[in-house]
Design a protein around this ligand. Structure first.
Ligand code: NAD
Ligand code: IPM
Ligand code: MN
Length: 358
């Protein structure tokens, strides 16, 4: 199995190398992998003048799966899009048509005490945010900054076609059928035409899934309910921008953004797997980043793109064991636990994998 490793910027390389370490540990008595690294983001721009070098994009398309770290920095975010590290990720998602972005939010029992939220609110939380990833205001045309009436005006276009909505809605209903059969569609249909169409199409698609209970929430209320009664949610399906915001908020149900993995899939089964967090410039290069979101993304890769569900489960079990031992990076630190760095956390997962043979 050939994995393209696009580590990117900031903590991207630090956390991605721990995921690769875990996959290598799995390979000792399981599936075999070859890894090919390529530059992306600011790293791609610095090396080639393009944040998404053509060779990197071709490697990603050819590989059996892509393991991605993080792209962009606060400095490059201020440049024009074509020189912005983070823009590479948007282009790669679009180019590979990775429209279905699954962001599972699972409150590990071992980490209940690490959250800023109360135990009785987060205990048992197990939901998935399915974020549409190739449409919406992220990609709509026209967009730009122009001068009008003597002042600058910035504008973007929020846009969804019904086929874009339909395919992600199907993915949402299918995911719900594999889980607790509840789908909550999140929109802003009281204000936006894109959302009015979104809701209409989701209701049409629901006819194919009579055993799934469909509900609708406006995005503002959904944010509130996610914190108030998170256990009520099973699968949330939503557009690109709402999903971006909702999933970072939902991350705190798990204790840290450093715990949230993701899978971005297209219709042909190709996938890109990445932690939900960014390049975290504030902690980059200090061995402080939590690598578990990246390691759990590798588990999603094994399950969704590489046909290795047992290996995925083994990797997730190893993570659970390390947490049960009380090892914590600073973002999930709690009284009585043992603080470790990025490398040591990765080593601990690899060590547990070596012990787990079944
Ligand atoms: P961020 O997710 O990088 O960081 C937000 C906060 O969470 C920071 O305090 C950071 O230290 C902390 N954090 C993030 N990941 C962590 C981890 N694994 N362990 C411990 N703490 C962690 O978001 P931001 O600060 O808004 O963005 C930083 C840069 O990353 C920006 O340039 C942004 O455009 C980019 N970005 C990239 C991606 C991506 O590549 N997928 C995602 C989000 C942001
Ligand atoms: C994410 C990130 C990206 C997004 C940025 C880096 C373009 O925040 O993957 O959640 O907004 O999609
Ligand atoms: Mn985001």
């Amino acid at each position: 199995m050939h994995i393209a490793v696009l580590a990117g910027d900031g903590i991207g390389p630090e956390v991605t190398s721990q995921a690769v370490k875990a996959l290598r540990a799995l390979a000792a008595n399981g599936p075999q992998f070859t890894f090919t690294e390529a530059p992306i983001g600011d790293a791609g721009y610095d090396q080639t003048g393009d944040p998404l070098p053509e060779a990197t994009a071709e490697l990603a398309e050819r590989a059996d799966a892509v393991l991605f770290g993080a792209a962009g920095t606060y400095e490059s975010d201020l440049r024009p899009p074509e020189a912005r590290g983070g823009h590479a990720l948007l282009r790669l998602r679009k180019r590979m048509d990775l429209f279905a972005n699954f962001r599972p939010v699972f409150a590990f029992p071992e980490l209940i005490g690490a959250s800023t939220l109360r135990r009785e609110v987060i205990e048992g939380v197990d939901l998935v945010v399915l974020r549409e990833l190739t449409g919406d205001i992220y990609f709509g045309q026209p967009r730009g900054i122009v001068t009008e009436g003597g002042e600058r005006v910035g504008f973007n276009t929020m846009r969804y076609t019904e086929s874009e909505i339909r395919r992600v809605a199907h993915a949402g209903f299918k995911a719900a059928q594999q889980r607790r059969r509840k789908l909550c569609s999140v929109d802003k249909a009281n204000v936006l035409e894109t959302s009015a169409l979104w809701r209409e199409v989701v209701i049409e698609v629901a006819r194919d899934y009579p055993n799934v209970e469909l509900t609708h929430q406006y995005v503002d209320a959904a944010c509130m309910l996610l914190i108030r009664r998170p256990r009520d949610f099973d699968v949330i399906v939503t557009g690109n921008i709402f999903g971006d915001i909702l999933s970072d908020a939902a991350a705190m149900l798990t204790g840290s953004i450093g715990m949230l993995p993701s899978a971005s899939l297209n219709a042909t089964g190709q996938g890109l797997f990445e932690p939900v967090h960014g390049s975290a410039p504030d902690i980059a290069g200090k061995d402080l980043a939590n690598p578990l979101a990246s390691i759990l993304s590798a588990a999603m890769m094994l399950r969704h793109s590489l046909g290795q569900p047992e290996a995925a489960t083994r990797l997730e079990r190893a993570v659970r064991r390390v947490l049960a031992e009380g090892l914590r990076t600073p973002d999930i630190m709690e009284p009585g636990a043992t603080q470790v760095g990025t490398e040591a956390m990765g080593d601990a997962v690899a060590r547990e994998l070596a012990r787990l043979t079944d």
